[in-house]
Design a protein around this ligand. Structure first.
Ligand SMILES: [Mn+2]
Length: 467
């Protein structure tokens, strides 16, 4: 696979989609600029705008890509001053960028002002980062307002939507990067499962796991790693702290590496000791069954929302079986009773962003009912899409001690049992899934998830550390 060829083909598809949506004006796609940290001479970690990164395959701060219907693509890349080069490493030259991105007309960014000047009188579509409007001088332009460049917001929306839809299906270069990101995530999770033990802090697990991400080629974590032990495992976006884990508790780790801009996003939950307790195992197996059913059903043409509802039904039935819910699964799901314990969506699109673009089909919006409000994808799946499948069951004290909810669900929930489980924490199992022509491929399948496989890993780990 020649990277520049794949990127050229990617841009050809974008041009075709833009032409089909009536694009007759120039488009500018700034990469975005580093964001200063107030009160210091430092910057936040740089994240290129995903639209720029998708179209060029690179993440150069302060660069911009331009497109004209008649003249095609031009890449403007900044060069640094000698003073800058004392503090920063040199960016790739225009020639080097032409070779990696396949944009033959790659120029120094000092040409950008002239390019904009030559578009005078034509309305622009402005995709990518809009920071250029406020920070024009940092792109080498005097001031946005003196350019007489008028941004056509309708065209910007239309072309942005067309681009987002194309980004759903991943091409060979994207899948190569995502596969490496997922492999690094799997290695990191295994490292954490290999060291966890009574008396260790959440932070210690984070350190071992993230070190492995980096050893495996990760450039950074795809998002702030979530490591929650005991009751903390019920905090959906909890950050690891100094809390020390204890035998009898669960640990939930939701973390992924990022490689060349692409995210992985994997969750496993395991016991601090070598075995799950009885109730932990029962609830674990409910979550696992709902996840495996969704994986078995996922494939082209399948509505993501139907997978979410199917998982909700399985979770409701499982909670009836363990004695936490009462009633028919139909009534429980219709009343959103399952969402007291599964208060998020089944998953999301994955790619350049952890929650990648275009999860909702155009015209669809999130429903405001409790059981669906946090669903981040509502569309029919198609080959090449990468999504996460991540059901969970949690005991979130804030939800479960709320008097209004306890009244509304007085009959449907066994509140005495819930009260005994308020410090249980939570269980989530998440894999990254590529939709194929006839089903799906679990990209993170190398990370075991049956209760017995996890217990075998934990037994090995504890045996090794005590021996
Ligand atoms: Mn996720």
């Amino acid at each position: 696979m020649n990277q520049a060829d794949v990127l050229r083909e990617r841009r050809r598809r974008v041009e075709a989609a833009w032409s089909a949506s009536g694009a007759d004006r120039p488009v500018l796609i700034p990469a975005s600029l580093p964001i200063p940290i107030d009160g210091t001479d430092q910057f936040h970690e740089f994240h290129a705008h995903p639209e720029f990164q998708y179209l060029t395959g690179v993440a150069e701060p302060g660069a911009a890509l331009a497109w004209e219907p008649d003249a095609g693509w031009t890449l403007f890349a900044p060069s640094l001053t000698i003073e800058d080069l004392v503090w920063m490493s040199a960016p790739p030259s225009a020639e080097e960028l032409a070779a990696t991105t396949g944009v033959r007309r790659s120029q120094d960014r000092s040409e950008l002002a002239g390019w904009l000047e030559s578009q005078r009188g034509r309305d622009l579509a402005l995709l990518g980062s809009r920071d250029i409007e406020a920070r024009a001088p940092e792109y080498g332009i005097d001031a946005w307002s003196t350019l007489e460049a008028v941004v056509d917001e309708d065209a910007t929306d239309r072309l942005g939507q067309a681009l987002a839809e194309l980004r759903r299906a991943k091409d060979a270069l994207e899948l190569d990067r995502m596969t490496r990101a997922v492999d690094a995530a799997v290695a990191g999770h295994l490292a954490a499962q290999g060291v966890a033990r009574h008396g260790l802090s959440e932070r210690a697990l984070q350190i071992e796991m993230e070190a492995e991400f980096f050893r495996q080629g990760g450039a950074r974590t795809a998002y702030g790693s979530i490591v929650g032990s005991g009751p903390n495992s019920a905090i959906l976006h909890g950050t690891p702290g100094e809390r020390v884990m204890r035998d009898g508790e669960l640990v939930l780790i939701d973390a992924g590496a990022e490689i060349e801009g692409y995210a992985s996003d994997v969750t496993r939950t395991f016991p601090v000791s070598a075995e799950f307790t009885g109730i932990q195992r029962d609830i674990y197996n409910v979550v696992l069954a709902s996840q495996e059913e969704a994986l078995a059903a996922a494939g082209p043409g399948v509505e993501y929302k139907s997978l979410h509802l199917q998982a909700s039904t399985t979770i409701a039935q499982g909670l009836v079986d363990v004695g936490i819910l009462n009633g028919s699964t139909e009534d429980l799901v219709a009343a959103d009773a399952h969402a007291l314990f599964f208060p998020h969506g089944l998953g999301h699109m994955l790619g350049l962003s952890t929650h990648d673009c275009a999860g909702y089909l155009e015209g669809r919006v999130p429903e405001d009912r409790f059981g669906l409000a946090y669903l981040r994808a509502d569309l029919p799946l198609a080959p090449g899409y990468v999504v996460t499948i991540e059901p969970g069951i949690y005991f979130v004290p804030a939800l479960l001690t709320d008097s209004e909810r306890r009244e509304r669900y007085a009959e449907m929930v066994n509140w005495e049992m819930v009260d005994r489980l308020l410090d249980f924490g939570g269980i989530r199992i998440e894999d990254d899934v590529l939709i194929t022509d006839d089903g799906c491929e679990v990209m993170s399948a190398a990370l075991p998830k049956s209760a017995s496989e996890i217990e075998a890993i934990r037994r090995d780990a504890l045996g090794a550390s005590s021996g």
